[in-house]
Ligand binder design. Structure first.
Ligand code: NAI
Length: 301
């Protein structure tokens, strides 16, 4: 499916991204292993993690090159794409996976924590995608795979910055799919559920918390990779503008926003008539203030 394709995986020094890089290499792709080598909060940098994964791929007979640039900067994002061109002469796939967390309740969220998370996830996904776009356009092919999250798609506490960025990525992906369809380019999102360092900081003090965390460990990071490899490859022709979720052995197609219910009043609405007629009619279709666990109520399979 992806044999000889050139794939850039961002944030591939650990977690889900590392498994993406290994899986692409196993399927015969040539891989740019990009990772800033930073903490979950995005502090510090090291070229070590990207190099280690590139070395692992080479040790198993695959082709890989490491790149420690940050996705959160336009010039650096261009260098990530150029690494693929310099090393392998082309680029076929971009997997926007790099990510950080700075969780705070909204009323405590600083401007810096807002900007930093938006910069890595939303701006970073734009920068790397945009840097690859001229190559995809001129060769008439290409595939983007972006990591979103049910924190944005459904909701979560204390993640206003992250949720906004992840839902922004959904809009970015759909727009790329629309704008680049005429050039044979596809763009899709995956909302992963996986036991990585990112969710490994959940407290395990009570027996209930311990039991919950044990169940989460079955959501292995490697379980996300088969869908990413499929979406990147030619067998996914016709699959574009979609949002998928993966949780251990379950695959989901997620919904996209459409009108649910409408009310009409000849002559138009007043605030009063909205209160008395419009809102009671629409209320039956309201969404509750759900978080991910209120929707995914069963244990991972
Ligand atoms: P992780 O923390 O293990 O991996 C993220 C990687 O991104 C790290 O190696 C980090 O060094 C790298 N990174 C951070 N900032 C970077 C930058 N500016 N430039 C280049 N690399 C950078 O986390 P995990 O869980 O593997 O997450 C991967 C993606 O999946 C993220 O986009 C995350 O938001 C998303 N995701 C993960 C979920 C999960 O259950 N683990 C749930 C929903 C979404």
């Amino acid at each position: 499916m992806v044999k000889d394709k050139v794939v850039v995986v961002t944030g591939a020094g650990g977690g889900i991204g590392r498994d993406f890089a290994l899986a692409f290499a196993e399927h015969g792709a040539r891989v740019v292993v990009n990772d800033l080598g930073t903490s979950v909060a995005g502090e510090g940098a090291s070229a070590g993690p990207a190099q280690k994964v590139a070395d692992e791929i080479k040790a198993m007979g695959g082709e890989a090159v490491a790149c420690a640039d940050s996705v959160a900067d336009w010039d650096a994002a261009n260098r990530i794409v150029k690494t693929a061109i310099d090393a392998f002469g082309r680029i076929d796939v971009v997997v926007n996976n790099a990510g950080i967390l700075r969780d705070r309740f909204f009323f405590n969220l600083s401007v810096e924590d807002w900007r930093t998370v938006i910069d890595v996830h939303l701006n970073g996904s734009f920068y790397v995608s945009r840097a690859a776009a001229p190559y995809f356009k001129s060769q008439g092919s290409g595939s983007y795979v972006h990591m979103t999250s049910t924190s944005g798609l459904i909701g979560n506490l204390g993640q206003a910055n992250y949720s906004a960025a992840k839902l922004g990525i959904v809009g970015l992906s759909k727009s790329i799919a629309l704008d680049m369809a005429r050039y044979g380019v596809r763009s899709n999102c995956i909302a992963p559920f996986a036991w990585s360092r990112m969710i490994g900081s959940i407290p395990t003090e009570t027996p209930e918390q311990k039991a919950r965390v044990e169940k989460m460990k079955v959501m292995q990071t490697a379980k996300i990779a088969p869908l990413a490899v499929f979406l990147a490859g030619d067998a996914a022709a016709g699959v574009s503008g979609q949002i998928f979720a993966v949780r251990a052995n379950e695959l989901f197609l997620m919904s996209q926003s459409r009108p649910l219910r409408s009310v009409h009043r000849a002559g138009g609405w007043t605030p009063q008539s909205i209160a008395e007629h419009g809102m009671p009619a629409l209320k039956a279709a309201f969404f509750p203030l759900d978080r991910t666990q209120d929707v995914f109520t069963w244990d991972p399979l």
